[in-house]
Design a protein around this ligand. Structure first.
Ligand SMILES: C[S@@+](CC[C@H](N)C(=O)[O-])C[C@H]1O[C@@H](n2cnc3c(N)ncnc32)[C@H](O)[C@@H]1O
Length: 235
């Protein structure tokens, strides 16, 4: 992965708005035409729509959400464009059971799984993703990935349970780092970083010579003094 791209983002603090833009920018860098992809937190369908466009007419998107209202919202978002809608299957379910919700023929063939964690914007804040189920879902997602496939997670730490969930996923992702799994962790390390979103990018790597492998876990942090806003720092 290209650290210069990350430096671009570390020039400004991550917030609720630009973390989604960062996620979409990173997803847009993947080759998704014709791909099988999963949106594990469909919500209002913004990420699902983004993926439906990215996979093109020959790709397929599975979009999952625990809440019926989110499933409805995602279907509504797609309904205006039958071409997009036919690429997407939206289902109500718990992503902790991702392995059961995904067609068996998709195992090891999925190019990208995205989790945009937290609560449904505009919905009840009482229903939010949780550490235990998110960890189980992330583990299932990693199993689904094709060689070179990418697991993207936006973590929000500002709501109740969010910091615990982020800590759980950070620890889990660190355990996955190996010659075959590359972990990138992007977060704001500047003053007031507590409560800011973070991003985990976890890639199942294609077989390669372990001798040539770069480090398997990398942290990119934002730490920009107010007087020098152009000086993003990586690692
Ligand atoms: C931040 S929202 C997702 C935003 C969405 N990706 C979009 O583009 O609008 C998080 C979503 O996760 C869903 N969620 C919470 N726990 C879940 C679970 N265990 N399985 C599946 N979805 C879950 C919530 O219902 C909520 O809609």
């Amino acid at each position: 992965m290209d650290s210069a791209r990350v430096l671009h983002w570390t020039e400004e603090a991550l917030d609720q708005r630009n973390v989604v833009a960062l996620l979409h920018e990173r997803m847009a860098e993947e080759t998704l035409e014709g791909a099988l992809v999963v949106d594990a937190t469909a919500g209002n369908g913004h990420d699902t729509e983004f993926l439906a466009r990215a996979v093109g007419a020959s790709g397929e998107v599975l979009a999952i959400d625990l809440q019926a209202s989110a499933v409805e919202a995602t279907r509504r978002r797609l309904a205006g464009d039958p071409d997009l809608a036919r690429r997407v299957r939206v289902i109500e379910g718990d992503h902790a059971t991702l392995a059961d919700l995904t067609p068996t023929s998709w195992a090891g063939r999925v190019s990208l799984v995205v989790f945009n964690l937290g609560y449904l914007p505009g919905g009840s804040r009482a229903v939010t993703t949780r550490a235990g189920s998110s960890r189980a879902a992330a583990a299932a997602a990693l199993e689904l990935l094709a060689p070179d496939g990418l697991l993207c997670m936006a973590l929000y730490t500002g709501h109740p349970g969010g910091a615990e969930e982020a800590a759980t996923l950070r620890a889990w992702s660190a355990e996955q780092a190996s010659p075959r799994v590359r972990v990138h962790h992007i977060r704001d390390a500047g003053d007031g970083a507590a409560g800011r979103p973070e991003v985990l990018l976890i890639r199942r790597r294609a077989a390669s010579n372990p001798q040539e492998d770069p480090p398997t876990i990398q942290h990119f942090e934002h730490e920009v003094p107010a007087s020098d806003p152009d000086q993003g720092v990586a690692e």
